[in-house]
Design a protein around this ligand. Structure first.
Ligand code: ATR
Length: 265
C-alpha cells in the first residue's frame, strides 16, 4: 500500500486559502495520493511550525502571506528564482536540508500562456514594486520579455528592486517609472499593486495603451480590470496564477506536471 504524501499551506490568515482544493484536484488527476492541510501559524511562531511539520514526516509546504520572506531566510538551499524573489512559497526537506523555491512567477507565466493571448509579450508594464513584483520579474524575463517597465508610486523602491534583480536578469531591459509617467504602448500590463484591493484604484491615462491586462489579485472587485474592460482589452485575474504556482509546486515535489489545459475549480 502506498502511503499518502503530506502537504500543507502555512499563512496568517489561512482560512480562505484555495490551495487544498487545487492540490486535491491535481491528486485526482495524476493519481498521486496526498493530504493537503491549511495551517495557521502564529505571527511569531512560523519557524517552529515549519520544523514540527517536517519532523512529523511532512513532504512539502506552501507558504503564503506574511511568511514568504521568513521562509526564504530559513532555507539551506535555494533555487535561482527564489534567490531573485528573496521570497519562498514552496519548501521541502532533502538530506536534512531545507530547500526553498518560488513558483509564483512560473505560475504567472503559465497562466498567461494558458490564456492563449495571441501575441508574444515582449514589452511588459508592471504596476507595483513590492513582493508580488519581485517574485515574477525573473520568470517573465526568462519567458522572453525584451523589456519590463516597473511603475511604482515610490520610485526609489522600484529603483532598488531593479538594482537587486540586475544580478539575475541578463538580457531583458528593466526600466523604472513613477505612476504619473504612465504612457506608451505595451503588449501586456500587469497589476501587482495592492491598490485595487484597498479600493484606491490607479487611474490608467489614455496615453497608455496595451493589448492585454492581468490582475494578480483574485476574487475581489478590481478597478484595474474595470478600466481595461472599458477599453475592450482582454483581462484575467490572479486565479490562474494561483493555480499555476500550485501546479509548479506540485511538479517540484512530485516530479509530475498537472495538465492545466482543461483545469477549472
Ligand atoms: P506585495 O507583497 O503584495 O507586493 P507590498 O510589498 O506591500 O505588497 O507592495 C504593495 C505595492 O502596491 C507597492 O508597490 C505599493 O506602492 P509603494 O511602494 O509606493 O508603497 C503599491 N500600492 C499600494 N497601495 C497603493 C496605492 N493606493 N496607489 C498606488 N500604489 C499602491
Amino acid at each position: 500500500m502506498t502511503v499518502a504524501k503530506k502537504f500543507a499551506v502555512i499563512g496568517n490568515p489561512i482560512a480562505h486559502s484555495r490551495s487544498p482544493e487545487i492540490h486535491q484536484a491535481f491528486s485526482k488527476q495524476t493519481g498521486i495520493e496526498l493530504s493537503y492541510e491549511r495551517i495557521l501559524a502564529p505571527l511569531d511562531g512560523f519557524a517552529q511550525v515549519v520544523q514540527d511539520f517536517f519532523a512529523q514526516g511532512g513532504n512539502g509546504l506552501n507558504i503564503t502571506v506574511p511568511f514568504k520572506e521568513e521562509a526564504f531566510a530559513l532555507c539551506d538551499v535555494l533555487t535561482e528564482r527564489a534567490k531573485a524573489a528573496r521570497a519562498v512559497n514552496t519548501l521541502w526537506m532533502k538530506n536534512g536540508q531545507l530547500h526553498g523555491d518560488n513558483t509564483d512567477g512560473a505560475g504567472l507565466v503559465n497562466a498567461i500562456t494558458t490564456l492563449n493571448w495571441s501575441r508574444n509579450h515582449s514589452h511588459i508594464l508592471i504596476l507595483g514594486a513590492g513582493g508580488a513584483t519581485r517574485g515574477v520579474i525573473l520568470p517573465l524575463a526568462n519567458a522572453g520579455a525584451a523589456e519590463i517597465v516597473i511603475a511604482n508610486r515610490t520610485l526609489t523602491r522600484a529603483e532598488s528592486l531593479v538594482e537587486d534583480l540586475s544580478a539575475f536578469v541578463k538580457t531583458t531591459k528593466l526600466q523604472v517609472i513613477s505612476l504619473d509617467q504612465l504612457e506608451g504602448h505595451f503588449d501586456l500590463i500587469i497589476n501587482a499593486t495592492s491598490a485595487s484591493l484597498a479600493g484606491e484604484g490607479i487611474q490608467l491615462p489614455n496615453t497608455l495603451t496595451f493589448n492585454y491586462a492581468y490582475e494578480m489579485a483574485y476574487g475581489k472587485p478590481s478597478s484595474f480590470i474595470d478600466q481595461a474592460k472599458q477599453r475592450g482589452v482582454p483581462t484575467a485575474d490572479g486565479l490562474g496564477m494561483l493555480i499555476g504556482q500550485a501546479a509548479e509546486a506540485f511538479y517540484v515535489w512530485n516530479g509530475v506536471r498537472p495538465d492545466l489545459s482543461h483545469f477549472s475549480l
